[in-house]
Design a protein around this ligand. Structure first.
Ligand code: AMP
Ligand code: FE
Ligand code: FE
Ligand code: ZN
Length: 273
């Protein structure tokens, strides 16, 4: 069993990198990647935690890039040199500006929220999931889904766009760290399957190395079709749950709801150092 897509408390997960690695070991997993949104802050801790353990640690990241409709996320897997990357600083400056504006919007509507409230909810990247959690804890909505569907998705009162980076910038950055660039949860992009394949062709032509074929959201028949496409293209094939700890309690480490355990078949040989 493996899991190449997880979030720690350095973005919108609830476990520390050490706890993630410990949980992976206790489940006898072969490998785990930490792929926090827009940050590498948890990777040194994750690597250190895996040192004395019988589990392979893959340093990763998940970047959001410009795309409509929906969102396009790109995973970097197997970072070997990172550090204070200017592009991550730029993304986080943009995030701060947007967070400040969302706080203003909420306060105008009488929701008494401060930046410090959000900082309590993560040790790293702050984004819409933290606004959603705050709204749940403070009794404004019943759950995270309601926070997004009524307030935080595009077109809703507390949604604001943020400046994102282009797919090319994301791919170049990921390659500069020595990692592979993988399209995260391709089946979440809200277009029909043929359009999706055209988009994937294009992203592969930009330098994308592979596709996350197995993911919590995917159904068996669509996964099969995506797997066929990936095999035809000869690209890297990965699997991850998108584990977020208690923030997405239905998602279990190393598993997807519809397909069960994520097998070692989805741990690409390219990641073995
Ligand atoms: P941000 O990067 O700040 O715009 O927040 C985007 C993140 O919010 C995504 O990576 C998802 O993890 C999360 N998200 C987006 N839509 C939903 C939703 N409907 N329910 C729960 N989480 C969501
Ligand atoms: Fe997330
Ligand atoms: Fe994602
Ligand atoms: Zn994710």
């Amino acid at each position: 069993m493996i899991d190449l897509h997880t979030h720690s408390h350095f973005s919108d997960g609830t476990l520390s990198p050490t706890e993630l690695v410990e949980q992976a070991e206790s489940l006898f997993m072969k490998a785990i990647a930490i792929t926090d949104h827009d940050t590498t802050s948890g990777l040194i801790e994750g690597a250190a935690a895996a040192k004395e353990k019988n589990v392979i640690f893959i340093p990763g990241i998940e970047l959001s890039v410009e795309h409509k409709p929906g969102e396009l996320h790109i995973l970097g897997l197997g970072l070997t040199n990172w550090g204070n990357a200017p592009i991550l600083q730029k993304i986080n400056t943009n995030r701060k500006a947007r967070n400040t504006k969302i706080i203003e919007l909420m306060n105008l509507q009488g929701l008494n929220i401060t930046y410090d409230d959000l900082k309590q909810l993560t040790k790293g990247t702050i984004g819409r999931p933290h606004f959603a959690s705050w709204m749940v804890s403070n009794g404004h909505v019943k759950n995270i889904n309601e926070a997004f569907s009524q307030y935080l998705t595009r077109g809703k009162p507390f949604y604001l766009p943020r400046e994102t980076i282009s797919p090319e910038e994301a791919i170049d950055f990921i390659h500069s760290t020595g990692a592979y660039a993988i399209i995260a949860h391709p089946l979440n992009i809200p277009v029909n399957f043929n359009t999706l394949l055209e988009k994937l062709d294009y992203w592969l032509s930009l330098g994308i190395d592979g596709l996350e074929v197995i993911h919590s959201g995917t159904k068996r028949n669509m996964t099969k079709r995506l797997l066929n496409y990936s095999q035809k293209k000869g690209c890297i094939i990965t699997g991850g749950s998108d584990f977020h700890g208690k923030n997405k309690p239905n998602i279990k480490l190393g598993r997807t709801e519809k397909l069960g355990k994520i097998t070692d078949d989805f741990f690409p040989k390219e990641l073995i150092k």
